[in-house]
Design a protein around this ligand. Structure first.
Ligand code: FES
Length: 103
């Protein structure tokens, strides 16, 4: 059963950047767009073992640091090869200045 979990302070994430959080042993990337929207996906690329929190965020796309494949951070869908398999995305809410994920 999924539940809302407090994973970070909203201010801990800079605009246009990502951080890694590890609730319940998971490895999840939490992104904040330049517009201040927050999204979360699994942190490990489906093409290799790169951590997407180390990648380059542009708009709603995260570029993998290894081979520059891309995913849409809103859905986890791949948007550029060599990434072809989706990553899992997680519902996010901001409450009380904290980032909550439904995991
Ligand atoms: S490991 Fe991410 S694109 Fe290859």
């Amino acid at each position: 059963m999924s539940q809302w979990t407090d994973v970070a302070a909203a201010d801990d994430i800079f605009e246009g950047a990502a951080i890694a959080v590890t609730p319940s042993g998971l490895d999840i990337a939490v992104y904040k767009t330049e517009a201040g929207e927050v999204f979360a996906t699994d942190n490990i690329c489906t093409h290799g073992h790169a951590r997407l929190c180390d990648g380059f965020l542009e708009g709603h796309e995260i570029e993998c640091p290894f081979h520059q494949g891309r995913f849409d951070i809103r859905t986890g869908q791949p948007t550029l090869e060599p990434c072809v398999d989706a990553i899992k995305s997680y519902p996010v809410k901001i409450e009380g200045g904290r980032v909550w994920l439904e995991i």
